[in-house]
Design a binder for this molecule. Structure first.
Ligand SMILES: Cc1ncc(COP(=O)(O)O)c(C=O)c1O
Length: 371
């Protein structure tokens, strides 16, 4: 059976350069980066190099980067950290209905702690309206958290416009950039955010590592209390191995941002699907303001999970889940107002650096047998 991987939004393989950079830290370099002797110094140097590399991709200062265990921790730290540090200023948070669970669940947790959370709707393409953000702001609003690009449909949110609104009101603005970092530009100065989450394994670094950009001067309550690591923002001896992997991956990503070749292949895939299936396929997500690698397509009158099992050997995902004989559709597609019978036939194909035309043609051939 031929294996084709079209699930790069779920996770990416390690870039060979990332593996090579991490290798010394599996062996000879074992010192604690907080130790001031011959064993600690190279570990500290590697850690600070990695911090500079992450900051380089985001266009921020190295001391604005805190290493974390991944996108989930970064999102938790941003959302709970702001609430705990600022709740005396008010307990209102604004987010959207299409966020990843690692944003939605911390918001639910805050609600249980007395916060109020507004979950903004999106339009049919998955896009938030900046005017809706403005209208939702109250004197108690302390944080707006809106993802940069959606993991299921790839829609890119108008962060720069939203940041002008949050700045006018003196409210902190966080974005979950787990899916956008390395795929599209994510320079802090262009996005205007105060907090930004990075997930290593979406950008050819290992799983279990990430970063949180915290604008200078913004104070968050840490999630991990202990010694003064990461300038007191995250206690625990730093994971030099994984952080080195993330730093190298971020430096490498600079030359991939925009992904024009991947985008061309993705558009070819969609064009051929339209030729083969005509009106029986529907594109989910924004037609242009979308990640260059993401193609979420509904096969009308079909069930996504059944198509995926017929595509034996092709790794892709569907937002729907089967529980006890019924199929639940993705909350993201539901929030976009996609009809259940269309949403049920949705499959997310997400392409990566290594995807070839031959692989896409092979998948098209398998799909055409299902016509
Ligand atoms: C948009 C988004 N945010 C956050 C995460 C969580 O990242 P991690 O798996 O590193 O915890 C993911 C991963 O699927 C994601 O797609």
């Amino acid at each position: 059976m031929r294996h084709v991987y079209l699930d790069f939004n779920a996770s990416t393989p390690l870039a060979p350069e990332v593996v090579a950079a991490m290798e010394p830290f599996l062996g000879g370099f074992y010192g604690n980066p907080s130790s001031h002797h011959w064993a600690g110094i190279p570990a500290k140097e590697a850690l600070e190099k990695a911090r500079l590399q992450v900051a380089g991709l985001l266009g921020c200062e190295a001391d604005e980067i805190v290493f974390t265990s991944g996108g989930t921790e970064s999102n938790n730290h941003a959302i709970k950290g702001v609430f705990l540090a600022r709740r005396e200023h008010g307990g209102h948070v604004i987010t959207t209905q299409v966020e990843h669970p690692s944003v939605l669940q911390p918001c639910r947790f805050l609600e249980a702690m007395g916060a109020t959370v507004t979950y903004l709707p999106v339009d049919h393409t998955g896009m938030v309206t900046p005017q809706d953000v403005r209208k939702a702001i109250t004197p108690k609003t302390i944080l707006v958290s809106i993802m940069h690009a959606n993991n299921e449909v790839g829609t890119i949110q108008p962060l720069a416009e939203v940041s002008r609104i949050t700045r006018d009101h003196g409210i902190l603005f966080h974005t979950d950039a787990a899916q956008s970092v390395g795929k599209i530009p994510t320079r802090i100065a262009d996005l205007g955010v105060d907090l930004l989450s990075v997930a290593g394994h979406k950008v050819y670094a290992p799983k279990g590592v990430g970063a949180l950009y915290i604008r200078r001067g913004v104070r968050l309550e840490p999630l991990h209390h202990g010694a003064g690591h990461e300038s007191g923002r995250r206690a625990g001896t730093e994971n030099v191995l994984l952080n080195t992997g993330l730093g190298t991956a971020c430096e490498l990503a600079e030359k991939w941002v925009g992904m024009p070749e991947v985008c061309k292949l993705r558009d070819y895939f969609w064009k051929r699907l339209c030729e083969i299936f005509a009106d029986a396929v529907v594109l989910n997500g924004h037609p242009t303001q979308r990640l260059p690698n993401t193609l979420n397509v509904s096969f009308q009158g079909r069930i996504g999970t059944e198509i995926l099992s017929a595509l034996d050997g092709v790794a892709a995902s569907t937002g729907s889940a089967c529980h006890a004989g019924t199929t639940e559709i993705s909350p993201v597609l539901r929030a976009m107002g996609i009809n259940t019978d269309i949403a049920i036939g949705a499959i997310r194909f997400s392409l990566g650096r290594s995807t070839t035309q031959d692989e896409i043609d092979y998948v098209l051939e398998k799909l055409s047998l299902l016509r």
